[in-house]
Design a protein around this ligand. Sequence first.
Ligand SMILES: [Mn+2]
Length: 331
Amino acid sequence: MRFLYITDTHFRGNSPQNRMDDFPQTLRKKMEEVVQVAQDLQVEAVLHGGDLFEIPNPAVNVVGDVVRFLKALGKPFYIVPGNHDLFGQNPQTLNRTMLGLLGQVGLLKILEPGEKVFFKKDGISLQLTGQGYHFDLDTERGREGYLVKNKEADLAIHIVHGMLLDRPFFQTVAYTLIDDIKETEADLTLTGHAHLGFNEIVVNNKKFINPGALVRTTVLPAEVNRWPQMVLIEAGKDGITTKFLPLKTALPGEQVLNIEKATEMKLREERLARIISEVRSSGDFRSLKLENILREIAQKEQLPEEVREEALKRIAQAEIEMAREEVDDVP
Ligand SMILES: [Mn+2]
């Protein structure tokens, strides 16, 4: 039984600042390749690790690109929502997003937390589960989102849109280490969110893999040198094996990313780092992200949970309102 896994496609209607190509056109070609490979290899389904779209309410033509891809694919497509797919990075806004809409009309299947989808073939049963992004996913209270318990099939695959890393990262970003979730019963854990990805890691006979984003949007050297890829998953009597399939339609990083801008970016990043360190020394905050600041204030002031939840809800609501105003601004 085979599956194809891709993640972080970030569909959008224009080219990111650092790209020199026609980004939407490049992505269309990549998705044609995904369709071709999925059909040639006769996979049961295509799996997506989240951040299907760059923003929760993309324009109609951008949604059209995704619908055309799904129709051409003609196979089940399972996904977990990424932070970019949601308003205010809040899962409760899903039914107001374009990803939510595609799920509601049945063009794709959004994996709900705790929901199990079963596949059976050649005497093997496999369960598929997923966990979309939420604020606490990469904190201790969110850890269970990474963990599969009570496996009800021979094999289990779990998809998570979270910052799963094999080694510690700098402190401004919340992350989870593979070591923290090695008790999972999933034979294979697939992640996205961290665009650089990592090779397959095996701990306790369990596999963890992140192929990296299907698109490159920053000019970090590691990103310029990275080749977009999919993961071919084979599940059989001997367990699960994975294999990276580099995209044939992708071009070398130097041809699509504006590297000259990299130097300029580096200077800007250094300036930003200085500002952040100044803010930190005065306010004692580890991050400039609104949601993270909120979490730290809540912790420091020991605010009741309802207050924090309400604040998160209002941030999401404000983003929805802002998005509406942007649309109304268009003549
Ligand atoms: Mn992403």
